[in-house]
Design a protein around this ligand. Structure first.
Ligand code: PEP
Ligand code: MG
Length: 563
C-alpha cells in the first residue's frame, strides 16, 4: 500500500483490524455557558423545573438505549443514565439556580464540583469524570434545544474520529456502519479501548493533536494492529487489504478451539473477569476457564469489608460459571487506580508506587486471610478435579511470595503470584521455588518497566506491551518457569493481541488470559503457526529497537509464513 501523496500518522493500536472509509467526527460538545445576568427570583423554580425536565429526558433516552443493548454496553449506559438522575448532582444544580444562575450555568458549576471530588478520589473514580461531563453536555444541549452531542447518524461505512469517546457513545456504536475508531486521547486500558475490544472493531487511541487536522469526509486507511492511519492510501490495495481482513475475521468467528499451534503445541486460553456475570459470558466463549478474576472490582463501592460468608457468595458466582475448569482468583489488588475504602491508604503521594496489592496485607494480614478463607469456603463445593488457583498481585520479593504461599497452603489452595513488578521478573529464580504457578501482568509490568503511568495518554507510546524491554523480562520469566517446572501465564492486555500472543507462545508462555471476546482471534492466529515459527517471531521481537519495529517485524514474518 503506497502512493506518492500518502501521509501516515501513528497512535497506539488497541484492537487489530483494517478499515478503509470516510472519516466522520463525533458531534462536538456544546460550548459551555458562562455567568449571565441573574434569573429573576420568581422565575427560579421554573428554571429548575426546566433542568429537571431536560435531565429526565436525557436519562430516559440513555435508559432506552441501555434496554436495547446488552452486556457491558448496557451496564455503561445504565450507569450514565443513573448519573443524570443523581440526587446529589440535582441538589447542587438547585443550589446554583437558587442563587440566580441559569439552569445551563448551574449544571456546569454542579458538574465541576463533582469532577473535582472524583479527581481527588483518584483511580476509577477519576475515570467517572468522563461520564459525568458527558451527562452535563447532553443536558446542556437539551436545555438549548440543540441536537444531542455524540455520535452522528452514519450512512454507508465510516471511520469514527473523536478526541475521546464518552462511554455512552462507545457502548452503542453501530458496527454495521462504523468500521474503526480513532481517538486523540485515551490509552490501551481506557474505556474506548475496552468497548472497542468488546465490539471487536479496529481501534487506535492516543493519536495526539495531529488527528484534529483530518477533516470529515477524508478517506482513511486504518490499521489497528500497527496503530497507523493513512491519508491518500492507494484505493485498490486498501480495498484488497480490507477484503483479506474480513476473510480472516470470518475464520476467527468460526474458530472454536482449543488453542494449539499448527504442530500441536497446546496453549490454554482463559478469560479475565470482574464478576459472575462476566464469567457466565466467558463460559459461552472459547475460554477454557478463568485466568484472572479481579476480586477488587467487586468491592470498589463497598464502604465496609464484606464478611467471609458474603465474600464467599460473590466468589461462588464466578466458580459456578466454570464448575469443572480452572479458575484463577487474584486476591485484592486494592490501591493505586483501584482505591477501596476499607483497604487503601488515602493520603499517599505516589499511589502507583505505594501500598497496593499484596502490600496492603503487610500491616493487615487478617484482611488477606479472611479473603483466603472466603475463597476456600466458596471452593468447597467445587468438583474435586476443578483447579482453584489463587495468586497475589504486586509481589516483588521471594519473602513476599513465600509468605503468601504459606497462607494459601494452610487452606489447601494452589498458590501463585503475578509477575508485574520488574524485580519479580528479574528475581524469578528466587521467587518461583515457593510457588505453584505465576501469571505475568503485562499492564503493570509495562508501566513499571517503562516508568510510565498506564493511565496517561501522552505516555501510551511507552506503555505499549510490545516494548522489547518488557518482552525480555517475559522471556526471562519463562526460562526460569521452565527450569523450575512452574507454569507461566500472561493475564495482561498483551494476551488479547493475536500477533503478540504468538510471540508470547514462542517465548514459552503456557496460558493466555484476556477479555473473552478477544480469545477467538488469539486462538485462530496461534493455530496458523508452528511452535518453531512462534519462537522465530519471539526472536525478532526481542531483537527490535522499539515496539513499532517489533510489531512490523513480526507482521512481516507472519505474512511470509502465510505465503
Ligand atoms: C496487569 O497489571 O497486567 C494485570 C493483569 O492486572 P491489572 O490490570 O488489574 O492491574
Ligand atoms: Mg496489575
Amino acid at each position: 500500500m503506497s502512493s506518492a501523496e500518502e501521509t501516515t500518522i501513528s497512535g497506539t493500536g488497541v484492537v487489530a483490524g483494517i478499515a478503509y472509509a470516510e472519516a466522520v467526527w463525533v458531534r462536538p460538545r456544546p460550548e459551555l455557558p458562562g455567568a449571565s445576568t441573574p434569573v429573576p427570583e420568581e422565575q427560579r423554580d421554573a428554571e429548575f423545573d426546566r433542568f429537571v425536565e431536560a435531565a429526565d429526558l436525557v436519562a430516559s433516552r440513555l435508559e432506552q438505549r441501555a434496554n436495547g443493548a446488552d452486556g457491558q454496553a448496557a451496564e455503561v449506559l445504565d450507569a450514565t443514565s443513573r448519573m443524570a438522575k443523581d440526587r446529589g448532582w440535582h441538589k447542587a444544580v438547585r443550589k446554583g439556580v437558587r442563587t440566580g444562575k441559569t439552569a445551563e450555568y448551574a449544571v456546569v458549576g454542579a458538574t465541576d464540583k463533582f469532577v473535582t471530588m472524583f479527581e481527588a478520589a483518584g483511580g476509577i473514580m477519576a475515570e467517572r469524570t468522563t461520564d459525568l461531563k458527558d451527562v452535563r453536555d447532553r443536558v446542556i444541549a437539551q436545555l438549548r434545544g440543540e441536537p444531542e452531542p455524540g455520535l452522528p447518524a452514519v450512512e454507508g461505512e465510516a471511520v469514527l474520529l473523536a478526541d475521546d469517546l464518552a462511554p455512552a457513545d462507545t457502548a452503542t456504536l453501530d458496527t454495521a456502519h462504523i468500521k474503526a475508531l480513532v481517538t486523540e486521547l485515551g490509552g490501551p486500558t481506557s474505556h474506548t479501548a475496552i468497548i472497542a475490544r468488546q465490539l471487536d472493531i479496529p481501534c487506535i487511541v492516543a493519536m495526539g493533536a495531529s488527528l484534529r487536522d483530518i477533516e470529515a469526509g477524508t478517506v482513511l486507511y486504518v490499521d489497528g494492529a500497527v496503530g497507523n492511519v493513512t491519508i491518500g492510501a492507494d484505493e485498490e490495495t486498501s480495498k484488497q487489504a480490507v477484503a483479506e481482513y474480513r476473510e480472516r475475521a470470518e475464520k476467527v468467528a468460526q474458530w472454536t478451539g482449543p488453542a494449539e499451534t499448527a504442530d500441536g503445541h497446546r496453549v490454554q486460553l482463559l478469560a479475565n473477569v470482574a464478576d459472575g456475570n462476566a464469567a457466565r459470558i466467558a463460559s459461552d466463549s472459547v475460554a477454557e476457564g478463568i485466568g484472572l478474576y479481579r476480586t477488587e472490582l467487586s468491592f470498589l463501592s463497598a464502604s465496609e469489608e464484606p464478611t467471609v460468608e458474603e465474600q464467599a457468595r460473590i466468589y461462588a458466582k464466578v466458580f459456578n460459571a466454570y464448575p469443572e475448569s480452572k479458575v484463577v482468583v487474584r486476591t485484592l489488588d486494592a490501591g493505586s487506580d483501584k482505591p477501596i475504602s476499607y483497604a487503601t491508604m488515602s493520603d499517599e503521594e505516589n499511589p502507583a508506587l505505594g501500598v497496593r496489592g499484596l502490600r496492603v496485607a503487610r500491616d493487615n494480614e487478617a484482611l488477606l486471610t479472611r479473603q483466603l478463607d472466603a475463597i476456600a469456603l466458596a471452593a468447597e463445593n467445587r468438583d474435586d478435579n476443578a483447579p482453584t488457583w489463587v495468586m497475589a498481585p504486586m509481589v516483588a520479593t521471594a519473602a513476599e511470595a513465600q509468605w503468601f504461599a504459606g497462607l494459601c497452603r494452610e487452606r489447601n489452595l494452589v498458590a501463585g503470584a503475578m509477575i508485574e513488578v520488574p524485580a519479580a521478573a528479574l528475581m524469578a529464580d528466587t521467587i518461583m521455588p515457593h510457588l505453584d504457578f505465576v501469571s505475568i501482568g503485562t499492564n503493570d509490568l509495562t508501566q513499571y518497566t517503562m516508568a510510565a503511568d498506564r493511565l496517561s495518554s501522552q505516555l501510551a507510546y511507552l506503555t505499549d506491551p510490545w516494548q522489547p524491554a518488557v518482552l525480555r523480562l517475559i522471556q526471562h520469566t519463562c526460562v526460569v518457569g521452565h527450569d523450575n517446572n512452574v507454569p507461566v501465564g500472561v493475564c495482561g492486555e498483551a494476551a488479547a493481541d493475536p500477533m503478540l500472543a504468538c510471540v508470547l507462545t514462542g517465548l514459552g508462555v503456557n496460558s493466555l488470559s484476556a477479555a473473552s471476546t478477544a480469545l477467538a482471534g488469539v486462538g485462530a492466529q496461534v493455530s496458523e503457526l508452528t511452535l518453531e515459527q512462534c519462537q522465530k517471531l519471539a526472536d525478532v521481537a526481542l531483537a527490535s529497537s522499539g515496539p513499532s519495529e517489533a510489531r512490523e517485524a513480526v507482521r512481516e514474518l507472519i505474512e511470509k509464513y502465510r505465503d
